[in-house]
Design a protein around this ligand. Structure first.
Ligand code: ADE
Length: 232
């Protein structure tokens, strides 16, 4: 069974609407929805915003359900100038942009005691997302990008922060859960991919663009997940 995690209701709503025979379980104050999507068994979790919530929901999912892989779906801020609102970024790998142990010689983003700052997504899940994404995005006239996603417990809405995240990490997009999910999946050898549609440009316009585009763009990333799951 494939696991799907979204932080906000708007990010999983379209998927839940298409699911059949849903059974709901609440564990550790997180709602898990088990059912069928396009004839496949899936488990959807609403994790809430931020790294700790995301790690909590991911650990519970892996410990309590028989998931063979995890997809994190939702929206993100665009970091690279090439990435426009409505485009989709699929994770090649992820990093926590707000981790800093440089005092002790670690690279920015590297959590001491872990092997690496970057968590690589599963190649087969990235390829499946690419295939589904190309189908779906042709309908929306938007582009699919594969690259690094940066995660932190901050909503990025300033050109200075944006330049820092691009310069330090070469990330295409920024959000608030992906690398936490990726870290838990890496620690437990669970394949994962993060699929994010761009709701804003993470700059001085983000406070207006995010509310204006979150519904429409969340629908794009959910559409890719639904196409992908039915072909897995
Ligand atoms: N999710 C969507 N837009 C974002 C932004 N600008 N910063 C962090 N997370 C986001």
């Amino acid at each position: 069974m494939i696991g799907i995690i979204g932080a906000m209701e708007v990010e999983i709503r379209n998927i839940l609407d298409k699911m059949e025979n849903i059974k709901t379980k609440n564990i550790g104050n997180v709602d898990y929805y088990q059912g069928e999507l396009g004839g496949r068994s899936v488990l959807v979790a609403l994790c809430r915003v931020g790294k700790v919530n995301a790690a909590h929901a991911t650990s519970i999912m892996i410990a309590n359900f028989d998931v063979t892989g995890i997809i994190n779906v939702g929206v993100a801020g665009g970091i690279s100038a090439d990435v426009g609102i409505g485009d989709v970024v699929v994770s090649s790998d992820l990093v926590q942009h707000d981790v800093d142990a440089t005092t002790f010689g670690y690279a920015l983003g590297h959590v001491p005691s872990l092997d690496d700052a970057f968590f690589a997504a599963d190649g087969a899940l990235v390829n499946a997302t690419k295939k589904a994404g190309e189908n779906v995005l042709a309908k929306y006239g938007r582009k699919l990008h594969i690259g690094r996603i940066a995660t932190g417990d901050q909503f990025i809405a300033s050109p200075i922060d944006k330049v820092m995240i691009e310069g330090n990490f070469g990330a295409l997009a920024v959000e608030m859960e992906g690398a936490a999910i990726a870290q838990v999946c890496t620690l437990t050898n669970t394949p994962f991919v993060v699929i994010r549609a761009i709701s804003d440009k993470a700059d001085g316009t983000a406070h207006e663009d995010f509310p204006a585009f979150v519904d429409e763009t969340a629908q794009i990333s959910a559409a890719i997940v639904m196409d992908m799951v039915s072909n897995l």
